[in-house]
Write a protein that binds this ligand. Structure first.
Ligand code: AMP
Length: 390
């Protein structure tokens, strides 16, 4: 069963004349007041447009960055997002530079579409947003008739602007969250086999939850990226100066003993230092080598497994893909996927790798939430989702 199945969706409600609070994820990168990637804003348009078309008055809430001290306020001002949203929707967006007060309370009386200032401005005084302060959740809930969660990327957090509001109002999920659940949950619950999990990125410790949840379900677990070198070291191999987590060696030894489905790199693209423009391939490293990508034999081995898979979950790049010298492993994997496979890419670095290398059309779904998708892959229940009305 999909967890989304029993959950109320935005289209289960009659929105006409209602004040609808939509929690969106407008946590976009902003440099000197300019949005450098507006993908998250674009992804929210479907739900916002739907609510407006159905005659709702819409109040948008989002966080942006972290607010710990006064100097974080200006950096994390949401007003540039309101402007960009206005351009994308082609209609007026009223931005209220406050998270509470009279102007906030009256905003929907004269306007159809309102964005409040960054919800984390409330963190300055006692982390009210991030600690799900009950008074704050109740206050924001008092501004509307219905709450819609369309911020998948924050659904693994119990904050006032999601769980807090949802505990006071009828609620539902928006189209973005529904798409995430519809793509990810069936693969976790009933994957078409062979089912392959590809893990990369820098640390074993970040991926232990995913490994534990999927090791018995997956037919193959391919491990690349910096995390692979803790596994190699656990087998007694020389990993030179490659990334390693010495406190995870015992974990890797146990895991490799327990499972014969794990494939780790057999050759490596190395350099003498990260800045060097010279790289070379080695099967066996020396003390001064740093492995920064999987080597060509490993690429071929991984490709064979992928070609024979029906379902693939991928989290974490297989090398330091940001440097063109070490993007090959990650890129070759992207090229191998075919249309008759289901390929789910976790958010964060793996998502940017697939998008930046130009292969987003080769995969079935790229999650918009790094932490949230990781927690789903770990088999956890996301509070921002489980708090939604059934
Ligand atoms: P994570 O945030 O844990 O998913 O790790 C992503 C980061 O791991 C990316 O910035 C990659 O550049 C980096 N990475 C991948 N492979 C390696 C490697 N072999 N050595 C060092 N860093 C790596």
């Amino acid at each position: 069963m999909k967890i989304g199945d029993t959950m109320k969706k935005i289209y289960d409600y009659d929105l006409g004349g209602k004040k609808v609070i939509i929690r969106v994820d407008f946590n976009v990168p902003i440099k000197d007041g300019v949005i450098t990637d507006d993908n998250r804003i674009k992804k929210s348009l479907k739900t916002i447009n739907y609510a407006l078309e159905k005659g709702a008055k819409v109040l948008l809430l989002s966080h942006l960055g972290r607010v710990k001290e006064e100097s974080d306020l200006a950096k994390n001002d949401l007003s540039p997002v309101a402007k960009r949203l206005e351009e994308l929707l082609g209609r007026k967006v009223t931005f209220i530079n406050a998270t509470r007060g009279e102007e906030v309370e009256n905003a929907l009386n004269d306007n159809d579409l309102v964005l409040l200032q960054n919800t984390r401005y409330e963190d300055l005084d006692g982390e009210k947003e991030s600690k799900n302060d009950p008074e704050l959740g109740a206050y924001w809930a008092s501004l509307g008739d219905l709450y819609i969660n369309d911020a998948f990327g924050t659904s693994h957090r119990a904050h006032a602007s999601n769980v807090g509001i949802a505990s006071h109002l009828p609620s539902g999920i928006g189209f973005l969250v529904e798409k995430e659940l519809d793509n990810i949950m069936p693969v976790l619950e009933n994957p078409e086999r062979p089912f392959t999990v590809i893990l990369g990125g820098s640390k074993v410790s970040d991926k232990i939850g995913v490994i534990e949840n999927l090791i018995d379900k997956a037919d193959n677990l391919l491990i690349g990226g910096g995390m692979a070198y803790t596994f190699l070291k656990s087998k007694g191999e020389n990993i030179g100066k490659s990334l390693v987590e010495d406190d995870k060696i015992d974990y890797c030894i146990d895991l490799l003993k327990k499972s014969d489905r794990i494939i780790i790199p057999k050759d490596h693209k190395c350099a003498k230092n990260i800045e060097s423009s010279e790289c070379y391939v080695k099967d066996v490293m020396d003390d001064d080598d740093i492995a920064l990508d999987i080597g060509p034999k490993t690429v071929e081995e991984f490709k064979d497994v992928i070609r024979n898979s029906k379902t693939i979950i991928w989290n974490g790049p297989l090398g330091m893909f940001e440097n063109p010298l070490y993007k090959t492993g990650t890129e070759e994997i992207c090229k191998t996927f075919t249309k008759d496979q289901t390929v789910i890419v976790g958010g964060g670095d793996s998502a940017s790798a697939v998008i930046n290398l130009g292969y987003k059309d080769n995969v079935t779904h790229i999650s918009t939430g790094g932490g949230a998708s990781l927690e789903l892959l770990e088999g956890k229940v996301l509070p921002g989702i489980s708090s939604i009305s059934e």
